[in-house]
Design a binder for this molecule. Structure first.
Ligand code: UTP
Length: 476
């Protein structure tokens, strides 16, 4: 009898023999790739997650809400913030940018199932006139900021196993959108096996596991493992500007935000917007046991979401929009798990394509298993001097999540047009808009012309003669 492969024996001993149920029938190359996938799996971790998240069911995986209070945050000047402190922060951020201390970081490893677009989400066309892709918009922002501050920026992009090759190819095909290729760094995030409700690792086919990305929180481990942190250290970069691949409005490089983070010696600083309405589906910054935490809307009871203070204002008002600054050595500490600093996994019940006992494909109509994901905001309670800073939603957040309706390509294009119109009208133009600020014409401002209001104002003031404000206007 052939000797049992040691990895197969380990899976058998861990009660996961089903992973190799069809092994003997597979061609040698598929056997090899199944073994390679299985070799990636930390069986001890799966066992622990099964015990804590799967066996215990949804309830035990629930969040401790004891002693919860709203998180403190730095309000915008318009909402009572200290104008001099904001000015000082902006100045400090600009100095850090001139000193080359900041890099951009996009998490682009998600599956983008809600949008339903075939291809890496960053390759989705998103701007209102020229239909630039998300990746191009993000590329042009740090490129323009680098020129403004006389110091080109590095840009890190986290991909998944699924989209890594296509993402790199897209950048090559577009000549890295004008960025020096040596400053764009791609790395894959980790992946996790999905399990059924009995904790058994699922096969996607007879010869492959049902693996999925380990969540945006996986970025901390992946930054360390890929050598990105070492590269940052060699380059003198200590601050990473984190944003999602789905939000073209993001101020990817925001001097005041950076300045607050550095002046306060914060290891992790996050942007907040006041929730648009009490039940808005965003995580909420809260304080708990002297720490800052983000509680997901689904974990916050409705009556808490709706609570108001003596002035009738929402108490739990600080919505998270997934924009953070992270200190390099803090990321390293989280990645290596020093001092117990480590992200926990969350459970998500999903429809996971798999096979049945006979090896036939199954496309489940309802959730048939559990995926495990880490969330980057779970790092906040481990950070020294964490900070939450208010921003204007209209200047920072309009994600493309769904194919239509809320947070869709249409709403995002409209929000971009509103922003461009606002900038123009704040600097002397007279562009007609409706009550929501949406201009009658379609228009687009390239990040090279203005990636925020300051840079826009500079370019606009030098633009002579001024173009006619007609449909299809492009400022670039
Ligand atoms: P979402 O929560 O919107 O998830 O990710 P998603 O997978 O992209 O989309 P759906 O839910 O399937 O429709 C928010 C951000 O986090 C990144 C995404 O690429 C996006 O920028 N992300 C998410 C990762 O980089 N890795 C992950 O494992 C999950």
């Amino acid at each position: 009898m052939a000797l049992l492969h040691p990895l197969i024996a380990q899976f058998q001993n861990a009660g996961q023999a089903q992973v190799f149920a069809f092994f003997d029938q597979l061609p040698p190359d598929v056997q090899a790739s199944l073994l390679a996938e299985a070799g990636e799996i930390d069986l001890g971790e799966v066992e622990r997650l099964n015990r804590t998240l799967v066996a215990a069911g949804g309830a035990a995986a629930g969040v401790n809400l004891g002693g919860l209070a709203p998180a403190p945050f730095e309000p915008l000047v318009a909402h009572g913030g200290d104008a001099a402190a904001w000015q000082e922060a902006k100045h400090a951020g600009e100095v850090a940018l001139r000193d080359g201390r900041v890099a951009a970081f996009t998490v682009a490893g998600g599956q983008g199932t809600r949008l339903g677009y075939d291809g890496p989400k960053g390759t989705f066309p998103v701007t209102p006139v020229t239909k630039k892709t998300l990746f191009q918009v993000f590329a042009e922002k740090p490129l323009a900021a680098g020129k403004r501050y006389g110091r080109p920026l590095h840009w890190f992009i986290m991909t998944s196993h699924q989209n890594h090759v296509a993402t790199e190819a897209f950048f090559k095909e577009h000549n890295f959108f004008g960025i020096d290729a040596g400053r764009v760094h791609f790395f894959r995030q980790g992946r996790m096996p999905a399990v059924d409700f009995n904790g058994k690792i699922l096969l996607e086919t007879r010869g492959s596991l049902a693996l999925s990305p380990d969540g945006h929180g996986g970025s901390l481990r992946a930054l360390e493992r890929s050598g990105a942190l070492d590269l940052m250290q060699r380059e003198g970069i200590d601050t990473l500007s984190y944003f999602q691949v789905d939000n073209p409005l993001v101020r990817a490089i925001d001097p005041a935000f950076i300045g607050w983070h550095l002046l306060r010696g914060s290891e992790m600083t996050s942007k907040m917007v006041p929730k648009a309405y009490p039940e808005e589906k965003v995580g909420v910054f809260c304080a708990q046991a002297g720490k800052i935490v983000v509680v997901e809307y689904s974990d916050l009871p409705l009556e808490t979401q709706r609570e108001t203070d003596a002035k009738g204002q929402l108490r739990y008002v600080a919505g998270s929009i997934a924009i953070h600054l992270l200190d390099r050595e803090f990321i390293r500490r989280m990645a290596l798990g020093g001092d117990g600093a480590t992200l926990s996994f969350h459970r998500a019940d999903k429809k996971i394509p798999t096979i049945d006992a006979a090896g036939a494909a199954v496309k489940p109509a309802k959730a048939n298993g559990v995926k495990f994901e880490m969330f980057v905001f779970d790092a906040l309670p481990f950070a020294q001097n964490p900070l939450v800073i208010e921003t204007n939603r209209a200047d920072d957040f309009s994600p493309v999540k769904n194919a239509d309706g809320l947070d869709s390509p249409q709403t995002s294009r409209d929000d971009q047009r509103r922003q461009f119109a606002r900038w123009l009208n704040a600097h002397g133009a007279a562009l007609a808009t409706d009550a929501t600020g949406l201009p009658a014409i379609n228009l687009e401002v390239a990040p090279s012309f203005g990636y925020d209001e300051d840079s826009f104002a500079d370019s606009w003031s030098r633009l002579i003669p001024r173009p006619a404000l007609t449909d299809g206007l492009i400022l670039s």
